[in-house]
Structure formats: structure tokens, C-alpha cells
Design a protein around this ligand. Structure first.
Ligand code: MG
Ligand code: NI
Length: 479
């Protein structure tokens, strides 16, 4: 009977997970799994509540991604009530989305993933952390902290508060933007754009070339992709149609309220996180290059779009495609794609602030309760986010489904971790640097697990391991 290696907790991700790696008698990896060990349950306890509460309740799913849930919920409410927000309402929502994206992408690149690249994958864990980043590159770190703080300030000016927002309402946005507020935001957006330009230049010059071998070999799998594009095929992170691309580059497109025809959800007993798969392409299979396998998040969106309609990000996309093709498959390219999106969001925020509609006082329309089903979908920093609500005649929720960005990546993350473990661990030999490199395969996907686990159909299974003070397993309870 071979040994089991457990990495717990997985660090520098959002939420809680453990990695279990099973070794065979020769000390080689026979199986690796990412177990998601938390359950949030919003899909259940939101039932019976007024649908207009959802844009206020669902941001509490996550302190990291509140804006994504806020906006997807507001869009699902629009659909339930059968209304369309006026241009200023929709544009204020999109502006907040772009600012929240910048905050998230900066956080991930510099502080969650950055330690692996700036200090090295096998640096000792006492320095391979956010404090280590601050010490290794103090000037850059100071600038990063300042711009992240500024993004939070921008959201506060537009929406009253940055975390757990309430400004998007069914039918639009509750607070029009004043012209002097817009002017103040515009100078802040310029500074964010400067950091975005610096970040991608810095990464292309000093980070990616150093780790090209790791990029080419770590966590590599082949899959399809999902993301949102506008009618003309341009990248869009707030609204559009869904495009599901197969690994050969062919794709299906559909309005997001028809997602159940294209996306199936599978359940495994060893994780609280569901496993979505591309229904029209194949059934669920936890195998590399399975026809139903697809990925979401930055690399997926950069792959599925035909172009980006802002000039600097488009130039970066062209360079990226010349180097890596379309669809690009290397998992660590998620980081590169994240920086292209950072640039797009900075350009998009400036474009929206320069749009005359943004300060128009007509930001919302009236809504009336009715029995209906409504689907809201936005791109969250971590992937395509779907909120699906059904209501009775009083507007109370009778059914609810959420598919969160990270959920789409559940099978791919497991496959990338398996590939990483198999390529790095041989003959029972490993050290903390090797185990951290395995974790890097997860970090590329920037998962948010607190966002992603909401309901298990059927029996809720629980497995409890009891350890003594020295860490040896005393007993196991399973229902
Ligand atoms: Mg769900
Ligand atoms: Ni989250």
C-alpha cells in the first residue's frame, strides 16, 4: 500500500481546499485530487425570499468577489421583472465591474501568484509570501497597494461602498454619477492604466522569460473554453452571448438564459464542488482532452473572443496569439491572459468615464413583481458567473441555481494538479518546493472556493478525520 501526501491548506487561493496525492509502491503518483472542503449553501437558503433581495444577499457569498455576484443578481432580477436598465444604469454597472476586475487581477498577479515568481517556486515558505514580495520589490509593491486602494475608493465614490455593494438594483443603478465625481474618477483611472501598462511590460520582460520552461510543462492539459463575447465577437466582461469553444477551435454560441442546454453539472462524492461539463460535446469525464472538458477564467476569455475593442489590450492579444496560437492551452498562460485583461479593464473604465451617458440622471426603471424565470450572467474575474432565479406571482424565489466561475474549472484544476504531481514526484522523492510547485498549478486558475459551493442534490456526505495533537489519524467517521 503506497503513501498518501496531503497538502492542507492549499495556500494563496481564496477559500479552503486540500490536495491528496496517492503514491503507488514504487513511490510514483497513482492519483491526485483537489478536495473542496467547504459548503456555503446560498442556493438553498435564498429560497422563499424576495427576489429583489438577491443583489444585496448574494454579494455576501464572498468578500473577494462581491461585485460579480451583485451584478449577476441585478441582471437576473432585470430578467425576472422583464425590464432593461437605461444606458446610464447599465454603464455604471459595467464601470464597477471593470474596476472590481482591476482590483482582483492586481491582487492575484502580485500577491497570490507573485510570490512564486518573484521569490521562486522553491524558496522557503517563510519568505514565499506577501511579506516576501514586499521585501523583494518594495517600490512595485507600494504602487500595487496604492492602486488597489484607489480601486476600492473608486467603487466607494460610484456605489457608496466597495465591499458588499447595494447600488445595482433591479432595473438599473440606484445612484447617478455627478460630473465632479466623474472628473475625480477619471484621474484615478489614468493611474490604474499606468500600472496596468507597467505590469504587463514588467511580466514580459522579467517574469515570463525566466519561467518559460515551467510555463511549458506545469499543469498542462488540453480542453475547450467558455467566455462572453459581444455580438461582433469582441471580448466583453459585463454582457453578451456565451461562446463555448472546443479544443480544436470550433465553437457554439448561445444566449446565456439557455445555458442548461449546453452545460451539465456532475457530482462526485469526494468534493463539495460540482463538475460542469460541455453537454453538447460529450458527457462528464475526468480525463485530459475529454470532449466535454472546458475551462473558464482569463485564458478562456482571451481564447474565445475574436478581438478586444480597446487598442492597447488588442495589441497584447495579437502578440499573445502570435506566440501561443488560438486556443492557447498552457495552464500558466492564465497569468499572462490576466494581465491582458487588466489592461482591457483600465482602458474600458476610461472609455466608460468619457462616455456622456455615464452622468445621465436616468439610471433605473420601475419594476413590478411577477411569476417568471430570469437568468443573469456576467464574467467574474474567475470565470463565467450565472445566477438563475424563478419566482412566484409575489416575486418570491421558488428555485435558484448558481454556477460560479471557479466551478467550471473544477475538473481542469484536478487534471492540472494530477499532471503536475505525476511529472514532479518520482520514486517517493519530494520536498516542500515540489509540493508548492504542485500548488502553483491550482493558483494559475485563481480559484475562489468560498464562492463556488452551494448545493448537493441527494445525500449530503460528510467525512470526519480525527487527529491527535501530533497529527496522527485516530479515527474516521463517514455517513
Ligand atoms: Mg449551482
Ligand atoms: Ni469569491
Amino acid at each position: 500500500m503506497g503513501k498518501t501526501i496531503v497538502i492542507q491548506p492549499v495556500t494563496r487561493i481564496e477559500g479552503h481546499a486540500k490536495i491528496t496525492i496517492q503514491l503507488d509502491d514504487a513511490g510514483d503518483v497513482s492519483l491526485a485530487r483537489v478536495n473542496v472542503i467547504e459548503l456555503r449553501g446560498f442556493e438553498r437558503f435564498c429560497m422563499g425570499r424576495p427576489v429583489e433581495d438577491m443583489p444585496r444577499i448574494t454579494p455576501r457569498i464572498c468578500g473577494v468577489c462581491p461585485w460579480s455576484h451583485h451584478l449577476a443578481a441585478a441582471k437576473a432580477c432585470d430578467a425576472v421583472f422583464g425590464v432593461e436598465p437605461p444606458p446610464a444604469g447599465a454603464k455604471l454597472r459595467e464601470l464597477c465591474n471593470s474596476i472590481a476586475f482591476m482590483e482582483e487581477h492586481i491582487l492575484h498577479f502580485y500577491f497570490l501568484a507573485g510570490a512564486d515568481f518573484l521569490l521562486g517556486p522553491d524558496a522557503d515558505y517563510s519568505v514565499r509570501n506577501v511579506i516576501g514580495v514586499l521585501q523583494a520589490a518594495p517600490e512595485v509593491a507600494r504602487r500595487v497597494v496604492r492602486v488597489r486602494h484607489m480601486c476600492a475608493k473608486m467603487l466607494e465614490i460610484i456605489a457608496g461602498k466597495a465591499i458588499h455593494p447595494q447600488a445595482a438594483v433591479p432595473g438599473g443603478f440606484s445612484k447617478p454619477l455627478a460630473k465632479d465625481e466623474r472628473d475625480h474618477l477619471r484621474t484615478m483611472a489614468d493611474e490604474a492604466l499606468e500600472l496596468a501598462k507597467f505590469s504587463i511590460a514588467f511580466a514580459k520582460e522579467s517574469v515570463f522569460p525566466k519561467y518559460l520552461d515551467v510555463v511549458k510543462s506545469l499543469g498542462v492539459i488540453t480542453s475547450g473554453f467558455i467566455g462572453t463575447v459581444k455580438e461582433n465577437g469582441a471580448l466583453n466582461l459585463y454582457d453578451g452571448k456565451l461562446r463555448m469553444m472546443a479544443s480544436d477551435g470550433s465553437f457554439d454560441e448561445f444566449p446565456y438564459d439557455r445555458y442548461t442546454e449546453y452545460i451539465g453539472e456532475h457530482i462526485e462524492p469526494w468534493s463539495y464542488l460540482k463538475f460542469p461539463y460541455a453537454k453538447k460535446r460529450g458527457g462528464f469525464s475526468l480525463e485530459d482532452n475529454a470532449p466535454g472538458l472546458y475551462r473558464a477564467n482569463t485564458l478562456a476569455r482571451i481564447n474565445v473572443c475574436d478581438f478586444i475593442d480597446t487598442p492597447l489590450a488588442q495589441a497584447e492579444l495579437e502578440e499573445f496569439r502570435r506566440k501561443f496560437g488560438r486556443p492557447a492551452q498552457l495552464t500558466l498562460l492564465y497569468h499572462w491572459a490576466r494581465l491582458i485583461e487588466l489592461l482591457y479593464n483600465a482602458e474600458n473604465a476610461i472609455r466608460l468615464l468619457d462616455d456622456a451617458d455615464i452622468t445621465c440622471p436616468e439610471t433605473r426603471v420601475k419594476v413590478t413583481p411577477r411569476a417568471a424565470r430570469g437568468v443573469g450572467c456576467t464574467e467574474a474575474p474567475r470565470g463565467t458567473l450565472i445566477h438563475d432565479y424563478e419566482t412566484d406571482a409575489d416575486g418570491m424565489i421558488t428555485n435558484m441555481n448558481l454556477i460560479v466561475g471557479t466551478t467550471h474549472n473544477n475538473a481542469p484544476i484536478n487534471l492540472s494538479v494530477t499532471q503536475a504531481a505525476k511529472s514532479l514526484i518520482h520514486g517517493g522523492q519530494y520536498d516542500q518546493g515540489v509540493l508548492n510547485t504542485v500548488e502553483m498549478a491550482i493558483r494559475a486558475y485563481d480559484p475562489c472556493l468560498s464562492c463556488a459551493t452551494h448545493r448537493l442534490d441527494g445525500k449530503l456526505s460528510v467525512k470526519l478525520d480525527i487527529f491527535d495533537a501530533k497529527g496522527s489519524l485516530l479515527d474516521t467517521f463517514a455517513n
